[in-house]
Ligand binder design. Structure first.
Ligand code: SF4
Length: 572
């Protein structure tokens, strides 16, 4: 257990034993507790006082499947709140194999100065000059890094958007094939990395100094049982490998909750063309891959490789939230165009969700017609070119709304909503409003309750409790490093039991089931405390006015949850 502490002002790298206050934390649990304790809440997110923390989950780097999430935390330049954004790929497992609990980046390099942090097979870490890579897009950059440091290198990097400190900038990370196609997209953490002067972190995947497992035999038994439950579950074992997350396009449109044409309708005309079913058909016909192991240790394979008519790689992985933002919100129903936009965002280093919604706001404000794919591509390219409009677009939908004086801007605390309209899925609206990190698709999604029939998505009853439970559960899952898509099995008796056994065997503890939500509550308390100190109040836990005033077809509902009920979400 050790921290790698990087000071960009001094260009120094040091190792530190994990202080006792942070022992037993990982992933989002570690990033959020540490930011709350150590980052001045009112600091400039793009200044030297902010810290950028990279933390594998508590179980990352073990042989427990689907635990390859890496949490990245900082004060967000997009929302001004505390922020954690996590990504899959290969870095979390690589850090786990080296016994590295977190990389903590402090200070700030001189403006324009760029470095790479390299951690080699033995765990030695050095800052190296990166001026030669200035302005480089992520695909070309990752290729160069793999040539320089070898194929067994896991990469985190930023593109031109991060270097320009635009607040929709992502941190891109490599999949198992070395492509920088996975993203910690939300919250503008790529801009924080750019402000620090860090172009990339490269980690050798061949480390052999992982932290010891307290009871390896019990751990291996539990890990085997856990993998079996994931493969046997209809969602993680059947739907995701067949259709990926894009399998949600059909059910969410059927529920009338697919925000489209900048959240003015709940069903997209021609949604069938961008459905998971049609995507799988196109990929199969062209010889691409409908199921792909995007992240280390994954047995679900929700990823895909989208190819063009000639069978040439376009992007990986084309996912539900991107299909929605670049398709539903913009009215674009051509998957080839959406795939191109996904690739462009990954290459420039932009959050696909914020960027798609920013394009949709621009279209709604009259800059282009809904459905105009060429206009959307042109707008996104402007970000890389650094034009005046490109700079506005790269700062996300709120910046576009302000620039164009447009009222309909679907953001909370500056961050765009996700692919579930709060008027058609009221509980997701509670999460958007109250989540300490702005509107978010992973921090408390209630869709499982609607699809399973446990809750009516259109009625206010039960929505606050559903959001609360989901937010607590996700804060725990993000602490463990477990992929959200595999975490569905925690709700089954066998899955929950196997996971708890593995956790206890790893830590040498005897925790009961109540310990899992306790992690989540601790994380949410730290996040809310940071936000309070930063000046946020319950008045910030609200949706934009138009969600309360403009009914969403086809159900013609507005958002119905009262302020008093929203303020009761965190009753702990
Ligand atoms: S299910 Fe998908 S996102 Fe999750 S670990 Fe596997 S490939 Fe990555």
């Amino acid at each position: 257990m050790k921290f790698v502490k990087v000071n960009m002002s001094e260009k120094s790298v040091q190792f530190q034993e994990v202080p006792k206050d942070y022992v037993g934390l990982g992933g989002r649990g570690l990033t959020s507790v540490m930011i709350n304790a150590e980052v001045p809440p009112k600091c400039d997110p793009l200044g030297s006082e902010n810290k950028l923390i990279f933390a594998p989950g508590l179980l990352s780097g073990t042989n427990l499947v689907n635990t390859s999430r890496l949490s990245i935390g900082a004060k967000s330049p997009l929302t001004g709140t505390i922020k954690e954004s996590n990504a899959g790929g290969t870095v979390a497992a690589a850090l786990g194999h080296l016994g590295i609990t977190a990389i903590i980046v402090e200070g700030q390099a001189a403006r324009g100065d760029l470095s790479i942090l390299r951690i080699d097979e033995k765990g030695e870490a050095n800052l190296l000059p990166a001026q030669a890579y200035k302005g480089m897009r992520t695909y070309a950059f990752a290729k160069k890094l793999l040539e320089a440091y070898g194929e067994k290198t896991a990469i985190l990097c930023i593109g031109p958007a991060g270097e320009s400190q635009l607040t929709a900038a992502s941190v891109q990370t490599t999949d198992i094939d070395g492509r920088p196609c996975r993203a910690a997209g939300r919250g503008g953490l790529g801009a924080v990395m750019g402000a620090k002067g860090l172009k990339a972190i490269v980690v050798d995947q061949r480390g052999k100094s992982a932290d010891a497992i307290a009871d390896p035999k019990a751990f291996n038994e539990a890990a085997k049982a856990f993998a079996q439950t994931i493969k046997a579950h209809p969602f993680s074992g059947q739907m995701l490998p067949a259709l990926g997350t894009a399998g949600l396009v059909a059910p969410v449109n059927s529920l009338g909750a697919f925000p489209c044409y900048n959240a003015t309708k709940g069903v997209l005309e021609g949604w069938e063309k961008i459905s998971g079913e049609n995507m799988a058909k196109i990929i199969t016909e062209r010889g691409g891959k409908t199921a792909h192991m995007g992240c280390a240790q994954c047995v679900v394979h929700c990823s895909n490789e989208y190819v063009d008519k000639q069978g040439k790689y376009v992007t990986a992985s084309l996912e539900y939230e991107t299909i929605w933002s670049m398709g539903g919100m913009t009215g674009i129903t051509d998957l080839d165009t959406i795939a191109k936009l996904d690739y462009l965002c990954d290459d420039i280093g932009l959050d696909t969700m914020s960027t798609g919604v920013a394009v949709a706001v621009a279209m709604d404000a009259g800059q282009a017609k809904f459905g105009d794919g060429e206009a959307a591509i042109r707008m996104v390219e402007e970000v890389a070119k650094g034009t005046e409009f490109g700079k506005v677009l790269g700062n996300g939908p709120a910046a576009v709304g302000k620039h164009l004086k447009h009222h309909r801007v679907p953001v909370v605390k500056g961050q765009s909503i996700a692919a579930y309209d709060p008027r058609g899925m009221q509980g997701n609206g509670v999460t958007y409003a109250t989540c300490p990190m702005g509107a978010d698709h992973t921090a408390g999604n209630v869709i499982g309750d609607y699809l399973g029939g446990a809750l009516d998505p259109l009625k206010p009853d039960g929505q606050v409790a559903a959001s609360r439970n989901s937010q607590i559960a996700m804060a725990s899952v993000d602490t463990m490093g477990l992929c959200l898509l595999a975490s569905v099995v925690l709700k089954t008796p066998e899955g929950g039991e196997a996971f708890l056994k593995a956790l206890n065997a790893k830590l040498g503890t005897n925790l009961g089931p109540e310990a899992i939500p306790a992690f989540g509550i601790k994380v949410l308390q730290a996040e809310r405390e940071f936000n309070r100190k930063a000046g946020f109040t319950s008045k910030d836990d609200r949706l934009p006015e138009f969600f309360y005033k403009e009914p969403l077809p086809p159900h013609n509902k507005v958002f119905l949850i009262s302020d008093v009920d929203l303020d009761s979400t965190f009753n702990f």
